[in-house]
Design a protein around this ligand. Structure first.
Ligand code: NAD
Ligand code: UPG
Length: 455
């Protein structure tokens, strides 16, 4: 089987590499020439565990190639995935510019029956728009090729992307009715068979339901996080421990343990933008989505909670204070800085006059770009930020350690060394990495989220 994947970012590259690993002939396309050249040289532009080796093997086995030439990529391929970005527009709606550009290029090049599969996260009704763009291009070319636009939302998580892709909880296929839909289903069933054949994991539905399923999944995850964050804030005030509460409710099988960790609020390239896009869909159709509104509002508040703990303890004016930051990426096992809570915390610390030294095991280059971008208007703030090559180096002479990402490497520090490196034993933990009683026994003043309220 031969497929093309348009967009070679987190989703496109993982999709391409995984299918190639399963024996499919894959060409990955990207409009970013630099990215494609790096991929062609064997460099992986993102940090994603296991991806390097998988891409290397697939390329060596001549099952995976990279190009900027969409026409060359799409020709003769019966399945074409769209996996381009759908970032937030200014008004919160999903910007479909890249998706519709990809659709146009597909319409300009397909040369036979093609299943166009939308893997990007897109609002309900987008498949119809993609269909219309392709149909118009075919009409302009004066050719008639049958095609289907299917929705196949992707549920992988960064940092665990390969495992999520290869062992999906489910494969959602949104297909149009009729014979062409059935033909597309047969092709996609073949493609996904290695991932689904041992357990029936494919859920077939209409296209709009598939599109909405993706937003519903992310909105449910975000709801759980915001719910726990609000309860953590309450726990702080009433003297309860949110970790005990998490275990207390997670043990109910109807609730489960996942996605109940309180922290700095959800970030990343998906949850924030998808919540905004879902709200926009509600607005467009005049439907009240009160829960979703509240989830976003709670998240906006949660971003500030750790900073409030810092300023309550050290004062609003942080001039002369030096902070060590552990973790900059929006979550562990990725270098992704999109909507990372560290971007808010760093800016606010600098705004209050502090100096900051940050470290992340994987995101140093991305963090550098992100902070240079964020602080372009404040060069004197930027001058007070330093990124350093190790967790230990970040600590030297700091008045406090601030933990922003729960990398494994931070979970079991040498507490004696940590105490010795800091000017005072003060830790602000936005990820609740350590048991408060242990920190107390080790002589630290420990501020976490929902764990250290007045008993
Ligand atoms: N990142 C995730 O964990 C994740 C998981 C599930 C779904 N999604 C969704 O998948 C989509 C892609 O996300 P991502 O994180 O992979 O984005 P990304 O920004 O990492 O990658 C998108 C790529 O598409 C390329 N591109 C843009 N327009 C193009 C065009 N017209 N032709 C060819 N290439 C083009 C860009 O250069 C970029 O390399 C989004 O809709 C996102 O919401 C992302
Ligand atoms: O209990 C939790 C779990 C997560 N988070 C935060 O939530 C954000 C998102 O985390 P996660 O969902 O693990 O990362 P993503 O890679 O953004 O994956 C989400 O977004 C993807 C893109 O749509 C979907 O495919 C995935 O299913 C969905 O989990 C991060 O800031 C986490 O720190 C918490 O605060 N508490």
């Amino acid at each position: 089987m031969k497929i093309a994947v348009i967009g070679s970012g987190y989703v496109g590259l993982v999709t391409g590499a995984c299918f190639a690993d399963l024996g499919v002939d894959v060409v990955c396309v990207d409009s970013n020439t630099d990215k494609v050249q790096r991929l062609q040289r064997g460099e992986i532009p993102i940090y994603e565990p296991g991806l390097n080796t998988m891409v290397e093997q697939a390329v060596a086995n001549e099952r995976l190639q990279f190009t900027t030439d969409i026409a060359q990529a799409v020709a003769g391929r019966s399945i074409v995935f769209i996996a381009v970005g759908t970032p937030s527009s200014e008004d919160g709606s999903a910007d479909l510019g890249h998706v519709l550009q990809a659709a146009q290029a597909i319409g300009q090049t397909i040369d036979g029956f093609t299943v166009v599969v939308d893997k990007s996260t897109v609002p309900v009704g987008t498949a119809d728009r993609v269909h219309a763009v392709i149909a118009r291009q075919l009409q302009e070319r004066g050719v008639q090729h049958a095609f289907v636009v299917a929705s196949n939302p992707e549920f992988l998580k960064e940092g665990a992307a390969i495992d999520d892709f290869m062992r999906p909880d489910r494969v959602v296929l949104g297909l149009p009715p009729g014979e062409l839909g059935l033909k597309a289903r047969a092709l996609l069933d073949d493609l996904y068979a290695p991932l689904t054949r041992n357990h029936q994991r494919t859920l077939y539905m209409d296209v709009r339901s598939a599109e909405l399923t993706k937003y519903a999944a992310n909105a449910m995850l975000a709801t759980r996080i915001s719910f726990m964050n609000e309860l953590a804030n309450l726990a702080d005030v009433v003297g309860a421990d949110i970790e005990s509460v998490r275990q207390g409710i997670g043990s109910d099988r109807r609730i489960g343990y996942d996605f109940l960790y309180a922290g700095l609020g959800y970030g990343g390239s998906c949850l924030p933008k998808d919540i905004r896009a879902l709200r926009d869909t509600g607005r467009q159709y005049g439907v009240r989505l009160g829960v979703i509104d509240a989830v976003e509002e709670a998240n906006a508040h949660q971003k500030k909670v750790l900073l409030q703990k810092i300023t309550t303890r050290l004062g609003e004016d942080l001039t002369g204070c030096h902070f060590a930051l552990w973790g900059l990426a929006f979550k562990p096992n990725t270098d992704d800085m999109r909507d990372a809570p560290s971007r808010y915390v760093v800016r606010e610390l600098l705004r209050r006059g502090a100096t900051v030294c940050g470290y992340d095991p994987a995101a140093m280059a991305e963090a550098h770009h992100a902070f240079v971008h964020d602080l372009a208007d404040q060069p004197d703030w930027l001058a007070r930020l330093r990124l350093t090559e190790s967790a230990d180096a970040a600590l030297a002479g700091a008045d406090a350690l601030v933990i922003l990402t729960e990398w494994k490497a931070f979970r079991t520090p040498h507490f004696g060394k940590l105490r010795a490196a800091l000017r005072q034993p003060l830790v602000f933990d936005g990820r609740n990495l350590y048991p408060p009683h242990r920190m107390q026994a080790e002589g630290f003043e420990y501020h976490a989220i929902g764990r250290c309220g007045p008993a």
